[in-house]
Design a binder for this molecule. Structure first.
Ligand SMILES: Nc1ncnc2c1ncn2[C@@H]1O[C@H](COP(=O)(O)OP(=O)(O)OP(=O)(O)O)[C@@H](O)[C@H]1O
Length: 280
């Protein structure tokens, strides 16, 4: 059952709850909410990068974050696995709840959080070690027994649609793979620790159209098991793969809803201008 969205509206300021905009019976995913962001503000030093963000993201769907460069998409993405903790002078107020637990709670084990919330970056970043060791890295540091590792590596590489291409050369360096294969390897590395949520920060921006197609297909398959958030500058990509889209500008969430609604019938003039290429 989805909680009454107004329970989060303590600031009284135009919050955005996509669930509120669409009758639940018309939403493709009416299951439990996975991530609830409320009254979230973030500063880098004195510069405010996120302004009173309210957003709910349901489980097992792909949610796209779009908006002009510098609007705060990656910053918001990084609040979901507390990557901004690593940034000096970064101050965060508000709540980010995953399965109803505030991850900014002082008892949060950040290592465990990052296991549950995996991240794939813009540029593929395999470790300078073998294909096998890249995927085995996470399970090993989380204490998985040696005999279970090969099975986990095989499962993750299969899930990342890379197994057939690498099964005969698992001991070769990961850096010998093509860019698209390296990105699928990074996805396999993320999947190997069995996350619930995967954050993708412009995962295809360094890839050619064929590799991009493979990653997009993979993301669509993965949403059956994982909740996916993707930051993208590619409007076609957002329409091809995402179920929901949120549009940001200058640190503010301008509009959110089902992807087809945002692209075919945006409510805010700024969203319309952006998606039609009239600014950004
Ligand atoms: N580590 C940091 N220290 C200081 N300011 C930062 C830091 N990271 C981001 N910012 C600033 O915060 C704002 C939001 O940046 P962010 O990278 O989240 O935007 P974005 O929408 O993801 O941009 P892009 O699409 O260009 O990647 C920008 O003004 C940026 O300069």
């Amino acid at each position: 059952m989805i909680e009454n969205p107004t329970t989060f509206n303590s600031s009284g300021k135009n919050p955005h709850f996509f669930m509120e905009d669409f009758p639940l019976h018309t939403a493709p995913h009416t299951g439990p909410v996975s991530i609830e962001i409320s009254e979230l503000n973030l500063w880098y030093g004195s510069s405010r990068a996120l302004k009173n963000i309210h957003l709910r993201l349901p489980q097992n769907c792909i949610f796209a974050f779009i908006g002009p460069s510098g609007c705060g998409k990656s910053t918001l993405l990084r609040t979901i696995n507390r990557m901004n903790d690593l940034v000096l002078n970064c101050k965060i107020e508000g709540k980010v709840k995953i399965n109803n637990i505030d991850i900014y709670n002082k008892n949060t084990d950040v290592v465990e959080l990052r296991k549950r919330v995996g991240m794939v970056f813009q540029k593929p970043n395999p470790f300078p070690m073998s294909i096998f060791d890249n995927v085995a890295y996470g399970p090993r540091i989380h204490g998985v027994s040696k005999k279970e590792i090969p099975e986990i590596v095989e499962r993750a590489l299969k899930q990342a649609a890379l197994w057939d291409e690498v099964k005969d050369r698992l001991k070769t360096p990961a850096l010998s793979l093509s860019g698209g294969q390296q990105q699928r390897l990074c996805i396999a590395r993320t999947l190997a620790v069995d996350p619930e949520i995967i954050l993708f920060d412009e995962p295809c921006s360094a890839l050619d159209p064929i590799s991009t197609g493979k990653i997009e297909e993979l993301m669509i398959q993965l949403k059956d098991r994982y909740t996916i958030i993707v930051v993208t500058h590619n409007m076609q990509q957002a329409t091809r793969i995402s179920d929901y889209t949120a549009f940001f500008m200058s640190g503010e969430l301008i509009e959110t809803g089902r992807t087809e609604e945002i692209f075919e019938n945006p409510k805010d003039e700024r969203t319309e201008k952006y998606i039609t290429g009239r600014f950004g």
